[in-house]
Design a protein around this ligand. Structure first.
Ligand code: HEC
Length: 367
């Protein structure tokens, strides 16, 4: 053990040291109005859940981040540094001592990315009916509202804020049917690398596609708002979204390590910036690599449907035209999978009703 670690463990950690750690690693999600169920911003809020915090941190279940270390680092990696885990556990194991923390950086109460340039809203509150698990809702935002009647605009960051965090699972933005941007429930906000932005072309509406996923049989309502952050200058590259999908999947009843693979050919010379895998309750692992390379640049295990997030590459992956990406998903359709929705096991195919499975990977690329 390093002398520093010995020193840390010898002293009881107090709230003074723990508050900034929770603020940095947890409270993007664990505060009022965000996706995490409890509020860890106060001593009372965090200490009330100390045993759960210890269990989830020790079990590597929190913060939600299942990507294995990759040749390309992720800018939004949430993996906890070892020292942080040790301090949190020490605070809990020595009786959650109080303390007065130094003032923390102020957070915008609504938006993780700060005050937006434009806030779009779902026109009316949507109700997901009691019997539905999955519900997909679309609506258009007019060019007038986007401010694009005279000229195009560009935005390089976005954030979704559902009024009901329990049911909005992910969302896709489209222009004239073409997907441009993707967001998932655990993305606190997404910012593209400098010089890259999404384009809102002149006079085209923006279609918002909300994918709800409900985990119980009670009707639930939501009204989602979306923050956009415009760029001052015209970007050097425009971002868009590509989809890797495999429709002919067949997952045998009871199979606990069933693999489905597909190869995707790049339509042009592109840079890859982010990956958002969208699967349902049977997916257990996802592997993604460039054909001809040994290492996976994205290896997710275990895949967790209920804490879905996108993976933002810290530096772009350059993909020549016609290069190939190999994607493999491993599914668990056995009773060992605690999320398996089928009490009576059956073969599962592609479908989006919550009982079937998908194979869909959204790639944020720029050209
Ligand atoms: C990116 C968002 C995000 C971050 C960051 C995050 N969490 Fe969570 N956390 C969630 C979500 C979402 C859930 C609910 C998961 C579910 O419903 O299955 C959750 C659940 C939990 C639970 C279980 C609650 C229960 O129902 O018993 C604990 C404990 C927890 N988180 C602790 C932490 C701690 C500690 C950190 C920081 C070290 C952290 N989380 C960071 C999103 C997050």
């Amino acid at each position: 053990m390093t002398p520093l670690l010995c020193l840390l463990l010898a002293q009881a950690t107090t709230w003074r040291e723990v508050a900034p750690l929770l603020d940095r690693h947890c409270n993007g999600c664990h505060r009022a109005g965000q996706v995490g169920p409890f509020d860890f911003t106060t001593y009372d809020g965090a200490s009330a859940y100390a045993p759960e915090i210890a269990r989830y941190v020790l079990g590597n279940k929190m913060p939600p981040w299942s990507a294995k270390p990759s040749p390309i680092p992720f800018s939004n990696s949430r993996a906890l540094p070892e020292g942080v885990t040790a301090k949190l556990l020490n605070w809990i194991n020595t009786g959650t001592k109080p303390g007065t923390p130094l003032p923390l950086p102020r957070r915008n109460p609504q938006w993780n990315l700060g005050p937006p340039d434009l806030v779009l809203s779902q026109p009316t509150e949507h109700t997901v009916s009691a019997e539905k698990t999955v519900d997909i809702v679309t609506f258009d935002i007019s060019p007038k509202e986007l401010g694009t009647t005279q000229s195009p605009r560009h935005f390089d960051a976005l954030e979704f804020r559902p009024s009901n965090r329990n049911i909005l699972h992910h969302a896709i933005l489209r222009i004239k049917g073409q997907p441009i941007a993707a967001w998932a429930m655990c993305d606190n906000g997404i910012r593209l690398p400098r010089g890259i932005a999404w384009q809102l072309p002149q006079n085209a509406p923006l279609t918002v596609e909300l994918h709800y996923f409900k985990r119980n049989l009670r009707a639930a309502r939501d009204l989602t708002r979306i923050a956009l952050y415009f760029t001052k200058r015209k970007p050097t590259r425009t971002a868009s979204l590509l989809e890797i999908t495999k429709l002919d999947i067949r997952i045998p009843a009871g199979a606990n390590l069933h693999s489905e693979k597909t190869t995707f050919t790049l339509p042009a010379r592109l840079q890859l910036h982010a990956v958002l895998p969208v699967f349902q309750l049977l997916a257990a692992e996802l592997h993604l690599r460039q054909q001809g390379t040994e290492d996976y640049f994205l290896f997710i295990h275990p895949f967790e449907h209920h804490v879905m997030t996108s993976y933002q590459l810290a530096r772009p992956l350059f993909l020549p035209k016609a290069s190939k990406l190999e994607a493999e998903a491993i599914y668990d359709n056995s009773t060992q999978n605690q999320y398996n929705p089928h009490q009576k096991l059956r073969e599962v195919r592609f479908g989006e009703n919550g009982l079937d499975e998908t194979f869909r990977i959204w790639l944020t690329v720029s050209q």
